[in-house]
Design a protein around this ligand. Structure first.
Ligand code: NAD
Length: 443
């Protein structure tokens, strides 16, 4: 048994979170095995290919593989025999039949791992789960692991942001350790020793508080975005300018400017499903009223998508049938190829459903977008999809879209109409170049 300062780590589930965690921990000096049920993903990672877009991660994977400290496998037996600390990083998507979280993958992975835990070990949940899941999993482990109560469970919620995942893993704002014993805390401190050595603060809590920190944080962020988007709706009814409003609010340090950018709203594999799962769990616990506002936050967010479609139709003179629309962006945010619940693709696909010819370009998410939305057509660059367009619609605020020169794009389009779904462009510069510029919440 290894009880040295450097425990051997396994990471179960090697998607956006798990692959990043496994690679970064190996670079920080740990011996790590990543486990996934997806054999293709495992093969790609072993051959040095990161199966998704994340800045800086491919270089680190190469480095980690070269050290010999990192490998990937589909074998839970190998993981169980190898690891002292096992991180659970599998997906917890929204269930098809309700807003609740689907815990199938968490239960399956914990069960598969536990069967191979023959000695003292720590299982650490990182996935985002409804409060109460950890206590249930602790029971499951006790019942399944050959080592029984020698195996403990802790919760270490993950706050990384896609696009900044490497930095967020190497130097997070804080670490939260939900534990039930001093031994678990000591093991977690050892498993994060190089991170903690940089002075990263750690908050030690019980299991249920640790589970709640994550959904509480995401609920707060979603609320801040929907708050300013609600103000955008009011601005639209009054002729006020939400961008000026947001800037003026941000001077107040109690409010702050981050996450106060109005626009098409949030999407992705976390915020939307996390607030729905939280609202659902709170109802189960009899405290649904306490977070009932999250349903409204979700509603405001969804309305931004339909309002965008309405405004694009308006820009096209009331009908988009047969119109050529250039859609800039497909991923749910810049610097990511993640298209889960992406506002950009929902808007593009709705416009296509109304009869428009929608041509999409995204710097990283083309492959994912093509697979999910074969009804849309795809181009090779912003100017390429804008050729002959009746309207250009900016849906994801990639830097390369912000940097487009309005004069250059004016040369290729059919009509100089732009809808800035992310308040990412300099409206003055676009108007000066002869464009009709529209954005949510602005005159
Ligand atoms: P993902 O879909 O990219 O990855 C999940 C991985 O788990 C997949 O590779 C899948 O094949 C694998 N998997 C499924 N069942 C398995 C099993 N039984 N055994 C082993 N592997 C299995 O998801 P993700 O974005 O990495 O999210 C994972 C969790 O982390 C979720 O709970 C999410 O809410 C949370 N989270 C994600 C982020 C993020 O930015 N992506 C940030 C913080 C928290």
């Amino acid at each position: 048994m290894s009880t040295t300062l450097r425990p051997r780590l396994t990471v179960i589930g090697t998607g956006y979170l798990g692959a990043t965690h496994a690679i970064c921990m190996a670079v920080l000096g740990f011996d790590v095995i990543g486990v996934d049920v997806d054999a293709d993903k495992v093969a790609r990672l072993n051959s040095g290919e990161v199966p998704f877009f994340e800045p800086g991660l491919p270089e680190l994977l190469t480095k980690a593989l070269e050290t010999g400290r990192l490998r990937f496998t589909t074998s839970f037996r190998e993981a169980g025999e190898f690891g002292d600390v096992h991180f659970i990083c599998v997906g917890t998507p929204q269930r098809g039949d309700s807003g609740a979280a689907d815990l199938t993958y968490v239960d399956a992975s914990v069960t598969a791992l536990s069967r191979h835990l023959h000695r003292r070990a720590l299982v650490v949940g990182k996935s985002t789960v409804p409060v109460g899941t950890a206590a249930r999993l602790a029971e499951l482990i006790r019942a399944t692991a050959p080592a029984g109560d020698q195996v403990e469970l802790a919760w270490n919620p993950e706050f990384l942001r896609e696009g900044f995942a490497v930095d967020d893993t190497m130097r997070p704002d804080r670490l939260v350790f939900g534990v039930t014993s001093a031994w678990s805390e000591e093991r977690l401190r050892a498993a994060f020793e190089p991170v903690l050595a940089q002075g990263v603060p750690v908050k030690v809590t019980d299991l249920q508080t640790a589970e709640l920190v994550k959904v509480a944080a995401n609920s707060f962020l979603a609320t801040k975005i929907s708050y300013i988007n609600a103000m955008a709706e009011v601005c639209e009814a009054t002729g006020a300018d939400v961008r000026d409003l947001a800037e003026a609010l941000a001077y107040d340090e109690r409010i702050g400017g981050r996450f106060l950018r109005p626009g098409l709203g949030f999407g992705g594999g976390c915020l939307p499903k996390d607030i729905r799962a939280f609202a659902h769990r709170a109802e189960e616990l009899g405290v649904g009223q306490a977070v009932g506002f999250l349903r409204e936050i979700d509603g405001i967010n969804k309305r931004r998508r339909s309002r965008t479609v309405d405004l694009v139709v308006e820009l096209c003179g009331g009908d988009v049938a047969g119109k050529k629309i250039a859609a800039l962006g497909a991923s749910f945010k810049p610097d990511s190829d993640d298209i889960r619940d992406a506002p950009a693709l929902e808007v593009a696909s709705t416009l296509a459903g109304l009869g428009a010819h929608v041509h999409v370009f995204d710097p990283a998410a083309m492959e994912n977008a093509r697979r999910a939305h074969p009804e849309l057509s795809y181009g090779t660059g912003a100017l390429d999809v804008a050729r002959g367009a009746d309207v250009v619609v900016l849906l994801t605020e990639w830097t390369e879209f912000r940097e487009i020169a309005p004069e250059a794009m004016a040369q290729v389009v059919g009509a100089r109409r732009i809808f800035d779904g992310r308040h990412a462009l300099d409206s003055g510069a676009w108007r000066a170049a002869g464009w009709e510029y529209r954005a949510l919440g602005r005159p």
